[in-house]
Design a protein around this ligand. Structure first.
Ligand code: ZN
Length: 648
């Protein structure tokens, strides 16, 4: 077998990886074509995301790409290389802000150098990209790139600030937080089937009057949506069964109308489609990019079911009721009847929008609580992505650097791969789907703390059960050593390793990072008998777990409280927990972790190059097959997407 090269390059805090799509060749032609057209649809919305992230993103990207492709001067000098890295970071993050920290990138080339680059461009080219007022546009672009105080942060979650005014995404124009809250509180929804208010629109303040601009055909983002719909119509021809056809048809109807009830219809059809071998997510889905958690970014994932690996998640979902019944949360917040928690392991075939180049390793949808309650949810673990991560991280030295002793290292080498996958399975297919709300309480009550609390809840559910004998009994783990390995790595990561990704002096901002520290620090501070111990050896800090069973009980206690907070919409308590444990970083430890990590020369984040699918024709111009190729050049793929799939 040929050695597959997973990592292709590394810049700043980013490494670029490739993923394989095992099993693609064995699909039927019809299934391959379904993947082909869904992947095409998945590329057409890229510009939507760029524009959602900041209103200047597309113009900045186009201008830098023009320079990158046509500059005739020295491309080997330091300033040009810094310019290239800046552009690559923009490609990677779908805009000018870091995809994780949400901070605007700092350009490491001078504004004089930028002028020089711009002046060497053809004015007609600039006009083609930026329009007749290109001179004005260029000055806006320049100001944005070089004034660090402008559009500082894409999503601001600091509760002391106006999180809408301070966030520089493009979901709201000239609105204050109070106005947005008032606007959406006024919209009446059916309490049994509440639509996801504001999900697919931009809210604009027009001289004092707030107006929603809806993403739909004929509305905002009409052009890319037209292309998405065009490819979905083609994909329809290859739907595997009536259920899947209904999914695609209802999604198209949603794009045509922007009607949020139709979005729910699409989500319900999607949950019901369990038998298709090829599956996909496409649309305005996740709300992490909006400080208020209302507006969704555009994303796409096309995937194939991994039948063998799915047996693991099937066992978990078949036992969903047992897990719910035995969970340590208050009984009134348990689901009496867990419905259709379907879980599978998938192989990703193509990523798009907010799932590309950086991508999640698990997905659990839909997000609407009432659909989850009435129809269940679909949950997936993405195994070819985790495999690529695993392969590229072997021998990185991180494990050795931050583990307390050889026992921990050995345990991780033996169990961490399974433990990590199982944690994701439990988090996605049981964690998020578990528990229920108190009557008449909505998840909106937790406001900016919702995402962190919800992620903590799902993680705690996974942590609580990964050390349960039941998993051994079900044949999911060989012994509790797998659970112990997950505890080691969770604590190591939550208290130390993940800090390597955060700039010194900064707070934790991203929901998943906040929730990990919240959990790890909470158990550290609330343990009574040295269950976890901080040990400093030769100037290096380690966290050693002394009692795994007792730690499990602590995770259970915290899970119970977090579930109560969510179910009751207890904003004060959510705020207190998150602010106390999930936001502030111990500066001294942070410095230490950064310096230990830097010595390993590792990138903190990874993203992926998509495979290329090509239609193959026979002599009569009939489609004969779909070929798959694995390109290696990140910049080339980004330019290709910009040149062929840019509709804004
Ligand atoms: Zn999650």
């Amino acid at each position: 077998m040929n050695e597959f090269e997973f990592q292709t390059e590394q810049f700043v805090d980013i490494k670029i990886l490739r993923y394989q799509v095992p099993g693609f060749e064995n699909l039927s032609l019809s299934q391959k074509l379904l993947i082909y057209y869904l992947s095409e649809a998945g590329k057409c919305g890229r510009d939507i995301l760029f524009d959602q992230n900041n209103f200047l993103n597309i113009n900045i990207r186009k201008t830098l790409e023009l320079i990158y492709s046509s500059y005739k001067g020295d491309k080997t000098c330091n300033e040009f290389l810094e310019f290239e890295i800046y552009l690559k970071r923009i490609w990677f993050s779908n805009g000018i802000h870091h995809h994780y920290s949400m901070d605007k990138f700092e350009a490491k080339f001078s504004s004089e150098y930028f002028d020089e680059l711009i002046n060497s461009m053809d004015n007609v080219d600039l006009q083609n990209i930026l329009g007749n007022d290109y001179v004005d546009q260029l000055s806006k672009i320049k100001k944005c790139i070089f004034d660090q105080n402008l559009y500082k942060k894409r999503v601001v979650l600091d509760s002391d600030l106006d999180i809408i005014k301070e966030s520089s995404n493009n979901y709201y124009v000239d609105c204050t937080q109070a106005q947005v809250e008032e606007f959406y509180e006024k919209i009446e929804v059916n309490p049994d089937k509440p639509i996801s208010r504001g999900l697919n629109s931009r809210l604009v303040n027009k001289s004092g009057k707030l107006e929603e601009q809806v993403y739909k055909l004929g509305g905002l983002y009409s052009k890319p949506i037209e292309q998405i719909v065009h490819n979905l119509e083609k994909a329809k021809l290859y739907a595997e069964n009536p259920e899947q056809l209904a999914v695609i048809e209802s999604l198209v109807e949603f794009y045509r109308t922007g009607d949020l009830e139709l979005f729910d219809a699409y989500s319900i059809n999607w949950v019901k489609d369990l038998d298709s071998h090829v599956d996909f997510v496409n649309g305005f889905i996740e709300v992490y990019g909006d400080a208020m958690g209302l507006k969704a970014s555009w994303e796409s994932v096309v995937n194939i079911k991994n039948i063998e690996a799915s047996q693991r998640t099937e066992i978990i979902s078949n036992n969903a009721q047992w897990f719910e019944d035995n969970s340590p949360i208050p009984s009134q917040y348990k689901k009496k009847e867990v419905k259709g928690v379907s879980a599978k392991v998938i192989t990703v075939a193509s990523l798009g929008g907010d799932c590309h180049p950086a991508t999640p390793i698990g997905i659990n949808l839909p997000n609407a609580e009432w659909i989850r309650k009435d129809y269940g949810s679909k949950s997936v673990t993405i195994d070819n992505i985790t495999y690529a991560y695993h392969m590229s991280s072997l021998n990185s030295g991180v494990l050795e650097e931050f583990s307390y002793d050889q026992t921990e290292i050995k345990r991780a080498k033996e169990h961490a791969n399974l433990a990590g996958n199982l944690h994701t399975d439990l988090h996605e297919c049981l964690g998020h789907g578990s528990g229920q709300m108190k009557e008449n309480i909505s998840t909106d009550s937790l406001k900016s703390y919702y995402s962190t609390i919800e992620e903590a809840r799902a993680d705690l559910f996974a942590l609580y059960y990964i050390m349960d004998e039941k998993l051994v009994e079900l044949g999911l783990i060989p012994s509790l050593e797998t659970g112990k390995s997950e505890y080691d790595s969770y604590i190591r990561n939550g208290l130390m390793v993940q800090l390597s990704r955060v700039e010194l002096g900064k707070d934790l901002e991203e929901s998943h990072m906040r929730n990990r520290q919240l959990i790890a620090l909470w158990v550290l501070r609330n343990c009574k008998n040295n269950e976890i111990e901080k040990i400093v050896r030769d100037g290096k800090t380690y966290f050693k777990i002394n009692d795994y069973e007792a730690l499990r009980i602590l995770f259970g206690d915290l899970l119970a409280e977090i579930q109560r907070i969510k179910s009751e919409g207890d904003y004060q308590k959510a705020k207190e927990l998150v602010e106390t444990y999930g936001v502030k970083i111990d500066l001294e430890l942070h410095e230490e972790v950064k310096s230990r990590y830097e010595k390993l020369n590792m990138a903190a984040y990874a993203g992926f190059i998509n495979p290329i699918y090509k239609l193959k024709y026979d002599a009569d111009s009939k489609i004969q097959d779909v070929d798959i190729e694995y390109p290696k050049d990140f910049a080339q793929q980004m330019l290709y997407y910009s040149n062929n799939y840019s509709y804004l």
